[in-house]
Design a protein around this ligand. Structure first.
Ligand code: AMP
Length: 300
């Protein structure tokens, strides 16, 4: 079992959905990823917080054995995100983003983390993500998250970054945009051009697909869940996926298929209530229950 490193945001989120509203709760890509991956292996975090960040939030991460010694605290306001979901809640409408400390984030990987083998690059500017890669010493599997903003505005930097990672985790629209393709078939065939090995595509209520070389594998979404707040589902998915790979220390095709199902399970748990609470309150037996259910759905 190997530890996993996450580099990303720690936010104070205000989120509105048809089911209610929460104010300034623990959020950010690194928080969701870490809480999710902590059910599979030990997690180390590199991030930045402001002086107004409630210390008890860090204690909540520590209580899941998440190593927060790489979280830098600076004399400035914390990163805040205010988002809203409407209708089928498929995508977030950003009402306000206040970058604060995160705007000046220049990830500095502690010496003792540099040899870590499994790394998640949470969504941020690809130039910033690249500085993480250059500090790491021969990682086995680096998983990259990105978004339309960077695909549209930092395409060259993103393409350069992709050459150095092992996997990309994106939603369906981002995958099409990334591959400059109009359908899934051509996304897969342009994989080689992207110079990457593993492509994980999340399709919300329609499941998820993994493509690796000429192999693809698809799974459905876990059924009968009530979606109350989709925030963080993508990062929790990545946490289940990479957490499982780090636990196995292997990514054969079979490992990748299992990892995909664990990713879908962790995403399904996260959306059932607001913020990080569903991940924090989780009974690990629920993970295996949902894994078995998805397996049953794809078996003859
Ligand atoms: P997801 O729903 O998986 O896309 O991730 C949601 C999380 O991303 C929220 O908890 C936000 O705090 C965080 N977030 C929103 N915008 C940004 C941004 N520009 N950079 C980094 N993190 C962000």
């Amino acid at each position: 079992m190997a530890d996993v490193l996450v580099v990303g945001s720690i936010g104070l989120d205000t989120v509105e959905t048809p089911f209610g509203k929460v104010r300034e709760v623990l959020g950010g890509s690194a928080s969701y990823f870490a809480l999710s991956a902590s059910y599979f292996t030990k997690v180390k975090m590199v991030s930045i917080i402001g002086s107004d960040f409630p210390p008890e939030h860090l204690d909540r991460l520590r209580s899941k054995s998440i190593d927060v010694s790489g979280v830098e605290k600076v004399e400035s306001k914390n990163f805040r995100w205010h988002g809203k979901y409407e209708g089928r809640m498929n995508s977030a409408i950003t009402i306000a983003t206040s970058l604060g400390a995160f705007g000046d984030f220049k990830p500095k990987i502690p010496e003792s983390f540099k040899k870590m083998k499994y790394v998640f690059l949470g969504n941020s500017n690809p130039n910033t993500q690249k500085t993480v890669l250059t500090q790491m010493e021969r990682p086995n599997f680096v998983l990259l998250d990105t978004m339309n903003l960077w695909i549209e505005n930092e395409y060259d930097a993103l393409m350069d970054l992709i050459k150095g990672v092992h996997g990309i985790c994106v939603n369906y629209e981002e995958a099409l945009e990334l591959a400059r393709a109009s359908n899934f078939g051509s996304v897969v065939s342009s994989l080689k051009d992207l110079g990457t090995k593993v492509l994980v595509i999340k399709k919300a209520e329609h499941g998820a697909v993994i493509a690796w070389g000429d192999k693809t594998f698809a799974i459905p979404t876990y059924p009968s869940i009530e979606v109350k707040d989709p925030t963080g589902a993508g990062d929790a998915f990545a946490g289940g996926f990479l957490g499982y790979i780090a636990k196995r220390e292997s990514y054969t095709l079979t490992d990748l298929k299992f990892a995909l199902i664990y990713g879908a399970v962790m995403g399904s748990i996260t959306v059932e209530n607001f913020g990080t609470k569903p991940l924090e309150m989780l009974n690990p037996a629920e993970i295996e229950k949902r894994f078995s259910k998805i397996l049953e759905m794809i078996s003859l």
